[in-house]
Write a protein that binds this ligand. Structure first.
Ligand code: AMP
Length: 143
């Protein structure tokens, strides 16, 4: 199973925000959408960063609550690791483990085309394990 399979189930909508928005806007959007990270896009729609709940917690811990009125650009991660439709759950787990993050924007042909969270990957791995167990049971029963 790959990224395209996961997105066929969850859809390709992605919550984005401008780098000039402030951290309070991000917190409100994360809360309203019940998500953990937002993709920062520039005017042309290209990915210019990612900001997650962890970045907000770190910013407040370091600077105090007034940081909530500072722009996203000061606190987002600029070097964003992405994935594409053909990558497998195992590829995604490798990238998330190595980068120590829980979100991967999907970019196909240079265009933002979805987002995968660690929850999506876990759900897909459980489905894969179930399929393997079913196939094994069927094989044993047919012998
Ligand atoms: P998360 O685990 O997604 O809450 O993110 C933990 C940290 O990694 C935060 O500083 C994020 O800005 C950063 N981060 C999240 N996703 C990515 C990604 N795909 N590429 C690079 N950094 C990321």
């Amino acid at each position: 199973m790959n990224v395209a399979t996961i997105l066929a189930g969850k859809g390709r909508d992605v919550t984005t925000i401008s780098s000039t928005a402030d951290l309070l806007d991000v917190a409100r959007s994360l809360s309203a959408q019940k998500i953990g990270a937002i993709i920062v896009t520039d005017d042309g729609g290209a990915v210019s960063g990612i900001i997650s709940e962890r970045d907000i917690v770190n910013a407040i811990a370091k600077n105090g609550a007034e940081v909530l009125l500072r722009p996203v650009s000061n606190h987002m991660t600029q070097n964003v690791i992405t994935c594409h439709d053909e990558e497998t759950t195992s590829d995604l787990m490798g990238k998330m483990t190595q980068g120590r993050f829980r979100h991967l924007p999907v970019v196909n042909d240079g265009k933002l085309d979805g987002i995968i969270s660690i929850g999506d990957v876990v759900k897909m791995r459980i489905a894969e394990a179930q399929l393997e167990a079913d196939a094994m049971r069927e094989y044993i029963a047919s012998g």
